[in-house]
Ligand binder design. Structure first.
Ligand SMILES: [Mn+2]
Length: 320
């Protein structure tokens, strides 16, 4: 580690803080930016968090044997660095009476009146990618457990490097962190992470169906599609009978021609489509696939309701 001794006199203390309701990236980017700042001799920078953390974040810090940043709910009177956000609604309480001296983020900038002297924004998949890149470029030695924690933040923000926001920088940095952490099976590690996040199994069929549900109409066809994004849709198969029963019940109360639930698997890149309604047989012509039990279809490569599932169905009925 390279320490700039000219700078070692401690200045005003500065808090590095992520957004409220923090995800893993918000906490880990603050945590790792403190490491970067300390490597520059800026020991007056301290990572904090302004809110309670998720069970996943807590599990990760425990897993890697690291302490969570200190909880500081109000930053009144402090100099602060905003990481992983700039939007005022996401900022720590008391920000109006704090001095924002820096921004490190991967979102669109949302500032109103004052512009901090230092702003670093990159269109990467996570803020942690940006901080890792700074550490790597500065030749700062990253401890294996910290590399593991940082990799987890990148995986969480980029849906295991599969989300469209993922850049080649994220992949490259993730690879380097995995090597330092000694994690050879990144997708296995991702599955572990998402197991601590995937809460579908704890939800009722009714909650699962209603979490992300949309209705459509086309030439007299009424269509309702639910999207359920999982990291393991086969695990949800034990709930399939319940979900189908609830779909049947809903369709009796409020009939539509097709009531669909997409159980998409972001890791396997596929979809188990559950279907009820008087027109579901048409799905066989639309997707050139057999409908098993008249209510279940397997669609490899299909993840997106908007781009992959909906257009062929609407096209099919457009000319009827
Ligand atoms: Mn983020």
């Amino acid at each position: 580690m390279d320490i700039n001794t000219d700078n070692i006199l401690i200045g005003d203390s500065v808090y590095i803080v992520g957004h409220k309701k923090p995800d893993v990236d918000a906490v880990v980017s603050a945590f790792s930016y403190q490491i970067y700042r300390h490597s520059r001799g800026d020991f007056n920078y301290t990572a904090v968090r302004c809110d309670d953390v998720s069970p996943l974040t807590k599990w990760l810090f425990e897993k890697f044997n690291l302490d969570l940043p200190m909880l500081i709910r109000n930053v009144t009177g402090k100099k602060i660095v905003l990481v992983d956000h700039t939007d005022p609604v996401q900022r720590a309480d008391g920000w109006e009476n704090a001095e924002i001296i820096e921004v490190v983020d991967h979102h669109n900038l949302k500032l109103e009146t004052t512009v901090p002297p230092k702003i670093t924004i990159r269109p990467y998949g996570s803020t942690t990618t940006l901080v890792a890149q700074k550490l790597i470029r500065a030749n700062v030695k990253i401890q294996p457990n910290i590399a593991g924690l940082m990799l987890a933040a990148i995986i969480d923000d980029t849906l295991a490097l599969r989300s469209p926001i993922t850049t080649y920088i994220d992949r490259s940095v993730a690879g380097q962190l995995a090597a330092i952490a000694g994690i050879s099976d990144i997708s296995g590690f991702a599955r572990d992470i998402f197991d601590h996040k995937d809460l579908w199994l704890e939800m009722s069929a009714d909650e699962i169906i209603n979490t992300d549900i949309k209705s459509y109409e086309q030439n007299g066809l009424s269509l309702v599609i639910t999207q359920v994004e999982t990291m393991d849709n086969q695990k949800l198969s034990m709930k399939e009978a319940d979900i189908l029963a609830e779909m049947d019940r809903m369709n009796t109360m409020n009939p539509v021609n097709m009531r669909l639930v997409m159980l998409t698997d972001l890791l396997r890149n596929d979809c188990i489509l559950l279907a009820v309604g008087d027109r579901v047989k048409d799905l066989e012509s639309i997707f050139h696939t057999t409908l098993v039990n008249n209510n279940r279809m397997y669609l490899p490569g299909v993840l997106s309701r908007k781009k992959q599932l909906l257009p062929p169905i609407l096209d099919f009925y457009a000319n009827k």
